[in-house]
Design a binder for this molecule. Structure first.
Ligand SMILES: [Zn+2]
Length: 171
């Protein structure tokens, strides 16, 4: 298994998801018809850095309300998980959840939820991330989005580790 890196559209910021974080999320991929959506929050020790390492993940929680096409987190458990991570020096920087589709695209509700979380931080966050895990492939497709303070909803591009290709994009 490998780490995965995603860049913001203006290339000013990237996130790196550690192997253990990815492994944790992949385990909930909705590969079977009867698997419900799962999700929670993601955490970083450096929430304001332009190179954001995401090495903490929580959820799903026992009392979440989950169906094949929705996931409503238990607020109490989510808050508790956030405090636990905070005690370890990690700050919530976004959300993750699974989708029962190969290439996961966010729903209107996903976008609204991300916006609500961002607003709940007041001036403390410039953006909030939303990671969605697909349901096919040994390494599932995943898409990364952010709700910016400006109200913009952005898609982040995965960096595949080949510098030659990155240069092509930049020129
Ligand atoms: Zn969704």
């Amino acid at each position: 298994m490998k780490c995965r890196t995603f860049f913001s559209p203006d290339m000013s910021t990237y996130i790196l998801l550690t192997e253990s974080t990815l492994k944790y999320m992949y385990a909930f991929a909705q590969r079977k018809w009867n698997q419900t959506e799962a999700g929670g929050e993601i955490y970083s020790t450096t929430p304001y850095s332009p190179s954001l390492v995401i090495d903490g993940v929580a959820g799903p929680h026992r009392k979440d309300r989950r169906t094949r096409h929705s996931c409503n987190p238990d607020v109490e458990a989510t808050t508790k998980a956030r405090h636990n991570e905070f005690a370890r020096g990690r700050h919530a920087v976004g959300l993750w959840h699974t989708h029962p589709e190969p290439i996961p695209s966010p729903s209107g509700q996903d976008r609204r939820t991300t916006e609500e979380y961002l607003k709940s931080f007041g001036d403390d966050r410039d953006r909030y991330l939303s990671i969605i895990i697909g349901n096919r492939g040994e390494v599932p497709e995943m898409t990364v989005w952010s709700m910016e303070k400006s109200g913009e909803w952005q898609r982040w591009a995965e960096f595949d580790g080949q510098t030659v290709e990155l240069h092509t994009h930049l020129s």
